[in-house]
Design a protein. Structure first.
Length: 470
């Protein structure tokens, strides 16, 4: 076990906050959600076997511990009654996933699990192992964080502050991505030792390039460009609806600045997740904004100009055309695309053989969400996960239609933004894999659960609405 240089700093900060300023632990956890390549501690002797304890996990653990201590000292174990149903659905999914861990024990080597890697034809008999335990720990921790986020952000002021910190984090991570791109352009070394400290082999995305077109793939402090894109895509709706609705997350000025920077870095990632996700989130956000009568002539003009500029760039720069072809049009024919398809097909076969509880959580790799759940937790796992999402989306939709005031500006802009953030997050997970190891998934889920209660009990920022009305 090795503590990284940034790990020593974060450890001191975390301990100080735990003792002297426990309220900061929530904010530190939120700010560090996108730092998936930043390890406080690396566990393991080599890149193949190494596992990094991400910064959000470190701060989240301290936050959970502090809240548990406070609850025991004050004997206050209650929570808002309205949160009971969605929290129960998370717990049901978690229980099913943990019950599925019996499957490797029951199967006990009678099933051969093939390597999901494209050029690796090896296989191994399925037995309960250390990976099942670690993957279960990740899932338990993520579900617990989602519940805690929901509970702590069921008050308006806390929710507003959490979203501000989340967007500030997006700005910092985007600026660090810009730095990575500029240093590559200037042929200068990238300081990976600062934030890219995880020794896990999957966390080396900062070194990735599109060699065919000579472009640097921007991953910033994330493990890979697609994870950076997924994180930034959840921030986009928060800023988009604030800007077009003349409301605010941070401030009217900074919302526009951060939105522009986030979009630019999404394009710089050269990730299919970024381009496809940006298209989906723009279309979905635009449709909802139109239904809420938020679209104005300036927005249509801006969209027209942006489309024209993108078309001109595409037609005039060969490297951009090559990037689009390699990153989007022929993605499924690439090595990574074929490997993703192989993993899904293999996992589907495991599900067909063990359809009720799958072959056990952490036993099968599948680079999507649906087959991942089916192969690892069976029909029961997918059903409980679906019930959880239906419950959360249903409560959000109800809050949009019945709470037309008090969140940022009028028209339920905050509800719409969280609705779209959760929608694009789930959509990208369906296409690229279940990001249960990373904190942004559980944060957005927790915020989506806590939001309706925050609107009901403590409406957010009346002064903002009054300023907008004026």
């Amino acid at each position: 076990m090795t503590i990284t240089p940034i790990g020593w700093i974060l450890t001191l900060i975390g301990i100080a906050a735990f003792v002297a300023a426990p309220r900061l632990l929530q904010l530190f956890t939120i700010f560090s959600l996108g730092f998936s390549a930043t390890a406080v501690v690396n566990v393991g002797s080599s890149a193949d076997s190494s596992s990094g304890v991400q910064a959000w996990m470190f701060f989240g653990s301290l936050w959970l511990l502090r809240e548990a201590v406070n609850a025991l000292v004050t004997l206050n174990l209650s929570w808002p009654r309205k949160l009971t149903k969605p929290i129960i659905t998370i717990a049901l999914f978690l229980i099913v996933a943990l019950c599925s861990l019996w499957m490797p024990v029951i199967i006990d080597g009678r099933l051969q699990v093939a390597s999901p890697e494209l050029l690796d034809t090896s296989s191994a008999p399925l037995r309960f192992g250390f990976r099942n335990i670690t993957q279960a720990i990740y899932l338990v921790f993520g579900c617990t964080i989602a519940m805690l986020v929901a509970l702590k952000n069921s008050e308006g002021k806390t929710l507003a502050r959490s979203l501000q910190v989340y967007c500030w984090s997006g700005l910092f991570i985007s600026c660090w991505g810009f730095l990575q791109w500029i240093l590559h352009f200037l042929n200068l070394p990238y300081p990976a030792f600062v934030f890219n400290t995880s020794e896990t082999i999957s966390a080396l995305g900062f070194a990735g390039q599109f060699g065919e077109v000579g472009l640097q793939r921007v991953s910033s402090v994330a493990v890979e460009p697609s994870l950076l894109a997924q994180f930034l895509l959840t921030i986009f709706p928060l800023l988009f609806f604030a800007v077009i609705g003349r409301a605010r997350v941070i401030s009217p000025f900074w919302d526009r600045i951060v939105l522009g920077i986030v979009i630019t870095v999404l394009l710089l990632t050269t990730s299919a997740t970024a381009y496809l996700g940006l298209l989906i989130v723009l279309l979905f956000s635009g449709i909802l904004a139109y239904k809420q009568n938020l679209i104005r002539p300036i927005h249509i003009l801006t969209l027209f100009v942006a489309t024209a500029v993108c078309t001109i760039v595409y037609l005039s720069i060969p490297a951009v055309r090559d990037l689009f072809t390699l990153g989007i049009l022929t993605k499924t024919e690439s090595y990574s695309g074929l490997e993703r398809i192989r993993s899904i097909l293999l996992a589907w076969d495991y599900f067909l053989e063990y359809p009720i509880l799958g072959i056990g959580w952490g036993s099968a790799t599948s680079h999507d969400l649906v087959v991942k759940l089916l192969s690892n937790t069976g029909v029961l796992g997918l059903a409980t996960f679906g019930i959880m999402l239906i419950t959360v989306f249903g409560r959000l939709k109800l809050s949009v239609s019945k709470s037309p005031q008090e969140f940022w500006a009028g028209g339920g802009l905050g509800q719409l933004s969280i609705y779209v953030s959760l929608f694009i997050l789930v959509s990208m997970n369906v296409l690229t894999g279940f990001a249960f190891v990373f904190g942004h998934f559980w944060f957005i889920l927790g915020i989506a659960i806590g939001l309706p209660e925050a609107l009901r009990t403590n409406p957010i920022a009346k002064s903002t609405n009054q300023a907008v009305a004026q």
